[in-house]
Ligand binder design. Structure first.
Ligand code: ATP
Ligand code: MG
Length: 584
């Protein structure tokens, strides 16, 4: 590709409305242009990279036994009525009418269409398992499209769907997809973690999200610094050691005038925060207008040194949202001001205890009386402790729940893919069944598997850039190398560059020949901005010695390579770094 003829409209200055680095650099490197909010044209460089991302995905999906097909972007409302999602999907679903006033939508995902396809074609367990995928444009009318390709409204997704005869088969397929995802993101050179994700309202299922670690991510990833444990905040657990076991004398009420914060109480009563049992009142339907009703509130017990994870609590209660109750409600329901609540004698209110509470001996709690606490409290003896629940929020530095000696770290992550065990959620409601060996109709057991193609590219840039521009990982770089002719006025140099350009192409190296009549400084700036993995600099001084300068964009030393060996040397670098040519 000759830069002088290529459509690579680079920008010198930072575009004003681009908040994250991948968005900024994709605009500046002439890769994308906005058409409308969250809707972009992919220019040739972006399109080349996107095709490489797709190619890696296709290779690994095919290798894992999936087959590619292609479904339409426009979908009839009838299918969405069948699944029940027409009503519940919300405004992200862009609905439209055709000339006959029939309802359609722009597909944000394809469970309905694929389930309809398979129920019409697959009759017998002998035709299973079946694993189908596509790479296709999705539309979601996101409320806040932003960050360029990271959160668009129109975007490229690989979406796959599997159909198995039973749970065991479905789980094996799920594991195969999970493994394929590890290979896909690994081949792209990304630093990622597969996290156990929350499956929300679909109970009994499981899911993993593939998160690229980057500060601009929208989610927190909790992961172990020594094993491969990783989870979203709403799922993450920590190994929390119980305080040393002690005899618990008879419970006693003591005055704690004006002392209510955990650390102050612990100090005042000469104990440690891990022996305190905090009692927090939560509202399970905040903002709702229904009349005062005790069943709306719940008391949550957790150890003084730990925090309640509101998403875990919400999931446990089946509430979309929970919030701390107001001071007035606390006072009304416990009979004491905020800071003095406790489980002993607390009646008429649902009480849920976090698992950490069970390990407390010789504990301290509020006395449900102003300026008073109870000491020498033993859970189970002094107040009922039924089944405990995990409501604890994992913190950085906590012990890993899976391995010995590992500690948890928390970083931001970008969700680039998700694998999801659907079970019979769609096949059940859409009556998609097959006949088992006994001739009995059974619903397909399904899984679904998504990868954001554009988001993956953006995430790769978030992870691979410096203050001058992009630093492409070889496998998804738009081209392998940038051949910069330092002085286009020198005929000998131009002739040598043309020879090398020809040799590189012949060697299978994808090379951008910067043959623009620009100053060397401008070209070098653009080379660093575009971030092609290998820079080849051809100048008069080198030519006099018969060499070119070759260096990796990612850093490291500059090598002088004899002109005649340059094509082979560069090809070796490309191969060593996992470069592949774009399919024709
Ligand atoms: P998010 O929580 O970020 O909105 P999601 O969980 O709704 O995403 P999925 O339904 O799991 O998304 O879609 C599969 C993949 O598609 C995601 O993992 C992500 O990589 C990509 N994706 C989803 N929404 C967008 C978007 N608006 N723009 C770009 N990529 C997206
Ligand atoms: Mg997701």
């Amino acid at each position: 590709m000759r830069f002088s003829q290529a459509f690579i409209p680079t920008l010198r200055d930072n575009p004003a409305d681009a908040e994250v680095v991948s968005h900024r650099l994709m605009l500046r490197a002439g890769m994308i242009r906005k058409v409308a909010a969250g809707i972009y044209t992919y220019l040739p460089l972006a399109w080349r990279s996107l095709r490489k991302v797709e190619a890696i995905i296709r290779e690994e999906m095919d290798a894992a036994g999936a087959q590619e097909l292609r479904m339409p972007g426009v979908q009839p409302a009838e299918l969405w009525h069948e699944s029940g999602r027409w009503e519940v999907y919300g405004r992200e679903l862009l609905r439209l009418k055709d000339r006959h006033e029939r309802d359609f939508c722009l597909g944000p995902t394809h469970e309905e269409v694929i389930t309809d396809l398979v129920r019409g074609e697959v009759r017998s367990y002998k035709q299973l398992p079946l694993n189908l995928y596509q790479v296709q444009t999705k539309f979601r009318d996101e409320i806040r499209p932003r960050f360029g390709l990271m959160r668009g409204r129109e975007f490229l997704m690989k979406d796959g769907y599997s159909f198995d005869a039973d749970e065991t088969g479905a789980e094996a397929t799920y594991r195969r997809m999970e493994a394929a995802y590890h290979k896909i993101f690994g081949r792209m050179g990304l630093n990622f973690r597969a996290v156990e994700a929350d499956t929300g309202q679909i109970g009994g299922s499981f899911s993993h999200e593939f998160m690229v670690l980057a500060d601009t991510g929208e989610d927190d990833v909790v992961y172990c610094d020594s094993c491969d444990y990783a989870a979203n905040r709403e799922k993450a657990t920590a190994k929390v050691a119980a305080p040393e076991k002690r005899e618990t004398p008879d419970m006693e009420q003591v005055a704690t005038p004006g002392v209510s914060a955990v650390d102050e109480v612990a100090g005042f009563l000469k104990t440690t925060p891990d022996r305190l049992i905090k009692t927090l009142l939560f509202d399970s339907s905040p903002g709702s207008s229904f009349d005062y009703n005790k069943t709306r509130y719940v008391a949550v017990l957790i150890r003084g040194d730990r925090e309640v994870n509101p998403i875990k609590l919400g999931n446990h209660l089946g509430s979309a949202e929970v919030a701390l109750a107001s001071d007035a409600v606390v006072e009304e329901l416990t009979g004491a001001p905020l800071g003095f609540s406790g489980p002993v004698g607390l009646t008429g209110l649902r009480v849920i205890a976090d698992a950490t509470v069970a390990g407390v001996t010789d504990g301290v709690t509020g006395a449900n009386a102003a300026d008073a606490h109870l000491v020498h409290v033993l859970p189970g003896r002094d107040f009922p402790l039924g089944d405990t629940v995990d409501l604890d929020s994992a913190q950085a530095g906590d012990a890993c729940p899976r391995c010995d000696g590992g500690h948890l770290a928390i970083r931001r992550g970008i969700e680039v893919g998700q694998v999801f065990m659907l079970g019979t959620k769609y096949s059940g409601v859409m009556n998609a069944t097959f006949l088992d060996p006994e001739g009995k109709a059974r619903p397909f057991v399904m899984g679904c598997y998504g990868i954001g193609v554009g988001r993956t590219l953006a995430a790769a840039i978030e992870q691979n850039h410096d203050d001058k521009g992009i630093v492409w990982p070889m496998p998804i770089a738009p081209l392998h190398a940038d051949l910069v002719v330092m002085n286009m006025k020198s005929e000998a140099l131009v002739a040598a560059a043309e020879d090398l350009y020809r040799d590189l192409n012949a060697a299978g190296v994808e090379v951008l020949l910067d043959d623009r009549p620009e100053r060397a400084g401008v070209k070098l700036n653009d080379a660093e901005l575009l971030g092609l993995p290998i820079l080849i600099l051809l100048g008069d001084r080198g030519l006099a010695k018969g060499v070119v300068e070759v260096r990796a964009r990612a850093g490291g030393e500059t090598r002088e390579v004899p002109l005649g060996e340059a094509a082979d040397a560069v090809r070796a670098m490309v191969e060593a770094a996992g470069g592949s040519a774009i399919g024709r």
